[in-house]
Write a protein that binds this ligand. Structure first.
Ligand code: ADP
Ligand code: MG
Length: 603
């Protein structure tokens, strides 16, 4: 939004109407739609969300208590933007990228007003290594040089998306603060442009990429129910819907901790402050199981809890997404975790209500689906402007009131995500975690990730998991019959199905978030567990066919060890899995009268 071309001095707009976070000012002449502005003497951060002939409507990202009609509105000439550059990893920001520490230090709590603390440390110097020589022709996205942002992450410094020309000057290798120029371009279109390690970037417009590619690799979460049964591809989008207390937050945080993304952006969006306090407290102390480095070194936390201003909550998911895209554009695999999409939608509803807009379904504004689509569509497996492959994966929790998945936020979210991990109250009440209901959940990435699994030990992965999910459907059907006629009345083959389904549920789907050996299950271990359960199922078929009693098979001590193998076998210890398979095979064979106690050969 350049200021040039505008008519000379206009009267500064002044506030004349205040309704919570929504404020109107007039005359609107100097303001532009979506422009970031500052309101009042305290310079409260705000954004223009509507422009009429006689008034501008603003949403204010801070508490407006104490604001009075007549307060001046200062234009910034820029859309709402964040600062992108080295130093964000390990930081905790509010919904408009103000460092939480700085706000808290100044105000002692989250209710900061007008705090303008810089998002990136202006003093800190970063080691810059140039990659090009002056005189080189450069195009958007080209790597000018590199900065090591953390021990694990090298960040290329890129030519901005809209710029091409000749590299007129580039800084020598050395230590530079984020705002000092390290390169200057003579632009093809005329003029020059200085490039520093950091730049400002609007949050509501997706950052450009060269092309979008089909996803092909799973984002490994270490959760069997996700990776093995309902995978999320790198570049995919997933929703975790579930009623209050079904374990969404615990699961989302578990996945955020252990997933194999290079960079994690965790957005605590409208959930309870104490939960976010737990995250802020816990994350800095956790180690990355893959690298042994502190997890915070690859994490950016954004917190806009329920006690913080509602408009900043609306903005927080775009702030998080823009930070994620910045790391994606550097060629990394990035994952965004948002808890919760429902609380974000409620912020949208509250602001729309104060605008006196005509509400659509359940009071949400008519543009709810568009906004949800815009958010989830920023996920993707892409080719960046410089040709690198990178991904941005999104997970969002959804908390439908009463666990009703037909309500608008859940129903619309379902349209834009391909993995749907439905959390179920009955399971959570029975303390079965993760409380994902396999019959209501699905993944649209199974076909795309099949080759990856085949290449990583998951022999016949998709056909095995499909078979087991079919077994679970059969279980649900049979359990209805059991309620009527009793289990003993079922034929042996049907009782075998129940026994096998129970094993799939207990050994593969159940996973403890608190067991050191089970909270993260590596892909290789998942493949072994899947193969073992498959072998067990095949054996029961043979043995029950030969006259064995399925319920006696279920009583075998070896069978009970299968149920606990996630916790009892550390890592993907091949010998331990083979031992268990042999024991199980022998113990089962001994129970089959028709086979005279012979051993059945393992596969
Ligand atoms: P939601 O976000 O769906 O409201 P939470 O994630 O806060 O629910 O979970 C509610 C409670 O359920 C937690 O405080 C915890 O006691 C229990 N819980 C959830 N997930 C697990 C898990 N994987 N293992 C053990 N307990 C869990
Ligand atoms: Mg929660």
């Amino acid at each position: 939004m350049p200021r040039s071309g505008r008519a000379a001095p206009v009267t500064e707009p002044r506030v004349f109407w205040i309704n919570g976070p929504v404020v109107k000012a007039r005359p609107p002449g100097a303001l532009a739609m979506k422009e970031a502005v500052y309101v009042g003497e305290e310079r409260l951060a705000a954004e223009v969300i509507r422009l009429d002939a006689d008034a501008a409507t603003l949403q204010v990202f801070e508490d407006t208590t104490g604001l009075r009609p007549g307060a001046p509105v200062h234009a910034s000439g820029q859309p709402l933007a964040v600062d992108l550059g080295p130093g964000m990893l390990g930081c905790m920001y509010d919904g408009i990228q103000r460092p939480l520490e700085a706000i808290a230090a100044r105000h002692g709590d989250f209710f900061a007003t007008g705090a303008q603390a810089p998002a990136l440390d202006p003093e800190r110097r970063w080691r810059f290594e140039p990659a090009l020589a002056a005189g080189t022709q450069v195009a958007p996205g080209q790597v000018l040089g590199r900065v090591a942002e953390s021990a694990a992450l090298s960040s290329p410094v890129l030519v901005p998306s809209g710029s091409s020309g000749t590299l007129a000057w580039i800084a020598a290798a050395g230590d530079y603060p984020v705002s000092e120029p390290v390169a200057r371009l003579d632009l093809t279109e005329g003029g020059t442009q200085e490039i520093a390690l950091s730049h400002r970037c609007p949050i509501r417009t997706p950052r450009p990429v060269a092309s979008r590619l089909a996803p092909h690799t799973p984002l490994l979460t270490g959760q069997r129910v996700i990776d093995t049964f309902f995978p999320v591809a790198k570049g995919g989008a997933a929703a975790l819907p579930g009623g209050f207390g079904t374990g969404k937050t615990v699961l989302l945080q578990t996945v955020a901790k252990w997933s194999d993304a290079d960079v994690i952006v965790y957005i605590g969006c409208g959930e309870r402050g104490n939960e976010m306090a737990d995250v802020l407290d816990e994350f800095p102390r956790l180690e990355d199981p893959l690298t042994g480095r502190p997890l915070m070194e690859r994490t950016v936390l954004i917190a806009n809890t329920s006690n913080m201003p509602v408009a900043a909550r609306e903005a927080s998911i775009y702030t998080g997404m823009t930070i994620a895209e910045y790391y994606r554009d550097q060629g990394h695999a990035v994952a965004v975790f948002a808890d919760s999409i429902s609380r974000w939608a409620e912020a949208l509803r509250e602001i729309a209500g104060r605008l006196e807009e005509l509400p659509a379904e359940e009071g949400y504004p008519a543009y709810l689906p568009t906004r949800l689509a815009e958010f989830f569509e920023r996920a993707g497996h892409v080719q960046t402007l410089n040709g690198a492959e990178a991904s941005l994966t999104v997970f969002g929790t959804v908390s439908p009131p009463g666990g009703d998945f037909s309500e608008p936020v859940t129903a619309h979210t379902r349209r834009y995500v391909k993995t749907f991990l439905a959390l179920d109250r009955t399971r959570a009440q029975a303390r079965f975690y993760p409380a994902i209901d396999p019959l209501q959940s699905y993944s649209g990435y199974t076909a795309q990730t099949e080759r990856w699994w085949e290449a990583h030990g998951g022999v016949r992965w998709s056909s095995l998991t499909r078979g087991m999910l079919a077994l679970l459907e059969e279980q649900a059907r049979l359990e209805k019959m059991v309620k009527i006629v009793g289990r003993d009345a079922l034929p042996a083959e049907q009782r075998r199905v129940l026994v096998c389904a129970e094993i799939v549920v207990e050994s593969l789907l159940r996973q403890s978030a608190f067991s050191a050996s089970d909270r993260y299950c590596a892909a290789a271990k998942q493949a072994r567990m899947l193969a073992l359960v498959e072998h067990l199922i095949r054996q029961t078929e043979q043995l029950v066919g030969a006259g064995a009693d399925p319920d006696r098979l279920a009583q075998l001590p070896a069978m009970r060890r299968v149920l606990r193998m996630g916790e009892e076998i550390e890592g993907d210890d091949e010998a331990a899995f083979e031992r268990l398979t042999r024991e199980l095979t022998a113990a089962m064979a001994a129970l089959a009268p028709g086979l005279g106690g012979e051993r059945v050969t393992p596969p």
